[in-house]
Design a protein around this ligand. Structure first.
Ligand SMILES: NC(=O)c1ccc[n+]([C@@H]2O[C@H](COP(=O)([O-])OP(=O)(O)OC[C@H]3O[C@@H](n4cnc5c(N)ncnc54)[C@H](OP(=O)(O)O)[C@@H]3O)[C@@H](O)[C@H]2O)c1
Length: 289
């Protein structure tokens, strides 16, 4: 477990958006040793406050973002992309260069966030694995973030699994592989299970075989390269090579690559749409003030 320190003192955290991901982050921080009294968070609707109080005892919860971020060192932004402007604009004066803003909002670039607030910004893309402390998270520093800021951000996500630092230009591809990946792996696993049913294996046994094989293959692939696992399993003239031939004939590798490529392309499109819409909201606000 990883206790997160900021320059020698224990950091205080605010999480704007205690929904699915925000709550998972709060739980992981507390499990890693952060005092619940050093975590505060916000939600949009009054009725959500009770839910969060039940899920996160000891954590200060409010619908008032200014109240939540005032005395903290690190602000984690976990609202939906279209909620970013509403969440940040009223507190832009409080989010100054003294604070670190760690955003997990998909598709919103550090450039956009740095245009909205004065804080140092680090963008993070965790995946759903963080809810079982087996997440994979990539973090990218914005232009004002220091190496220490990146360490703090990665420290947070290391308490929930693995964390890597990556250039922000890879974020759409990263989102496609590790963010959407659990959905793709689920489809592959489901097909493996259904193949067992097709061949008459009882439902429960087929499921155990499929999940168990996925788990052991993943563990094995931590210490061995794929080609060496393939070589070990594939007897010349045997059964596995017959299946591999069908996979090659069906273009399985190319299909998987195209799947990721297309997902990343959609990520880029959404990111551009979000940027356009945030810019127009900010311009409208500017005209009306
Ligand atoms: N789910 C994933 O696997 C995943 C992975 C990586 C990144 N992300 C990113 O994480 C972000 C959150 O996703 P989620 O699935 O956790 O969404 P979610 O469950 O809908 O949570 C969003 C939370 O933000 C709160 N909120 C909305 N506007 C607010 C405001 N102005 N001030 C304070 N709180 C506000 C909402 O409050 P109420 O509860 O009152 O509505 C809700 O609790 C998204 O941007 C997503 O791209 C998600």
């Amino acid at each position: 477990m990883f206790l997160v320190f900021l320059g020698g003192f224990i950091a205080r955290y605010a999480i704007i958006g205690l929904g699915k991901i925000g709550t998972a982050i709060a739980k992981a921080l507390i499990k890693s040793g952060v005092d619940p009294g050093d975590v505060s968070g916000s939600v949009r609707r009054v009725e959500s406050v009770e839910r969060v109080r039940r899920e996160l005892p000891g954590v200060f919860v409010s619908t008032n973002n200014a109240e939540v971020v005032r005395d903290v060192d690190v602000v984690i932004l976990a609202v939906k992309p279209y909620q970013v402007v509403d969440a940040l604009m009223p507190i832009r004066d409080v989010l100054d260069g003294d604070k670190l803003l760690v955003s997990v909002v998909a598709g919103v670039t550090t450039r956009i966030l740095e245009g909205l607030v004065g804080a140092r910004v680090v963008r993070a893309m965790p995946n759903i694995g963080i809810v079982i402390e087996r997440g994979v998270t990539a973090v990218s520093p914005g232009s004002r973030a220091s190496e220490a800021d990146v360490k703090v951000a990665c420290g947070i996500f290391s308490s929930m699994g693995r964390c890597f630092v990556a250039d922000e230009r890879y974020m759409d591809a990263i989102t496609a592989i590790s963010g959407s990946g659990p959905a793709f792996i689920s489809v592959i696993l489901e097909a493996l299970w259904e193949a067992g049913l097709l061949l008459g294996i009882p439902t429960g046994i087929s499921w155990e075989l499929a999940v168990g094989t996925l788990e052991s293959s993943a563990e094995l692939l931590r210490v061995k390269r794929p080609w060496s696992v393939i070589e070990e399993v594939t007897t010349p003239g045997g059964v596995t090579i017959r299946g591999l031939k069908v996979a090659e004939e069906g273009g399985l590798r190319g299909l998987i690559m195209r799947m990721i490529e297309e997902t990343a392309r959609r990520g880029r499109e959404i990111s551009q749409d979000i940027e356009t819409s945030i810019r127009s909201i900010v311009n409208d606000l500017g005209r009306n003030t």
